[in-house]
Write a protein that binds this ligand. Structure first.
Ligand SMILES: Nc1ncnc2c1ncn2[C@@H]1O[C@H](COP(=O)(O)OP(=O)(O)OP(=O)(O)O)[C@@H](O)[C@H]1O
Ligand SMILES: [Mg+2]
Length: 263
């Protein structure tokens, strides 16, 4: 079985004035292509640290990340990350923000292709109407849609999500989570999502790290979920707040997620 992404003995020790601080200790995982993996744990347990190392933005002290048999030492176009807060370029329009990212992928693109692809992914995340707006004119939820479009436009194999919806109200968060699931199901990408959880009721049995300890599993706490899809929320899904019951994104079930040049 080919395992495209492996975490092997991933450990991160930070040097602090008080001495070495172990933020992540001996995390092991074998992540198969097309899976949706959630890293769950309390605040400060090391989720972002793991994602930063996965993204190539930070380095493990011991162990590491292996993609297709090669150790990750720097960022690469096969990975894209969405952070908790939108990191958009404030002097560029929404469309320009996404088009700039389109030129960062593995495939070289002309300016025309980059803009076509940018428009395509803005449509996928349901914010085509905002293409010419500036980031500071948008709500936080819409800014995070732009962030998601910026990550998707790179056409990464691995989509790394560091609590991208945690600052949003519940309804917007549910809608963007649904959008994300549709994108995942349509694209077959491997998604790794960090999510703070403070209750065991959220995902029983949860692979949550024990309180006040670094994220550390030694391969023991990962828990596969075999609940069939589509799933329904136990509570809070509620009706859409959009006119006519519409939801953001192509709600799609409609056109497949195929970029323009492949149509
Ligand atoms: N550069 C650094 N130097 C020292 N300590 C750090 C550094 N970066 C992170 N830490 C510490 O490592 C631990 C893990 O941090 P991290 O941001 O990965 O946690 P997290 O699980 O993502 O938390 P949250 O849910 O609040 O986002 C924290 O205790 C944090 O203070
Ligand atoms: Mg974090």
């Amino acid at each position: 079985m080919i395992v495209p992404l492996e975490l092997t003995g991933l450990t991160r020790v930070f040097a602090t004035p008080a001495g070495p601080f172990v933020a992540v200790k001996d995390v092991n995982a074998r992540i198969l292509a097309g899976t949706f993996v959630a890293i769950l744990g309390h605040s400060g347990c090391g989720k972002s640290t793991v994602l930063s190392i996965l993204a190539g933005l930070d380095k493990a002290t011991y162990g590491g990340v292996i993609i297709d048999g090669t150790e990750v030492t720097q960022p690469g176009p096969e990975r894209a990350i969405v952070f908790q807060s939108p990191c958009l370029l404030p002097w560029l329009s929404v469309l320009d923000n996404v088009a700039v990212a389109a030129t960062q992928g593995a495939t070289p693109r002309s300016k025309k292709e980059a803009y076509e692809l940018a428009r395509f992914y803005l449509d996928i995340v349901g914010i085509s109407d905002c293409a010419m707006q500036m980031p500071n004119e948008l709500s936080l939820g819409t800014q995070q849609c732009v962030s998601l479009a910026r990550a998707l436009v790179v056409e990464p194999r691995f989509l790394l999500l560091d609590e991208p919806f945690s600052q949003l109200d519940s309804l917007t968060r549910f809608e963007l989570q649904d959008l994300l699931l549709r994108v995942w199901e349509a694209s077959g990408k491997t998604v790794i999502l960090a999510r703070t959880t403070s209750t065991r009721r959220s995902f029983p049995p949860t692979p949550r790290a024990p309180d006040q300890r670094p994220l550390s599993d030694g391969g023991r706490s990962s828990t596969p979920f075999h609940f069939p899809r589509p799933r329904t929320r136990g509570h809070g899904a509620g009706p859409s707040r959009f006119p006519g019951g519409a939801r953001p994104g192509r709600i799609l079930g409609t056109p497949p997620l195929i970029p323009p040049q492949r149509l």
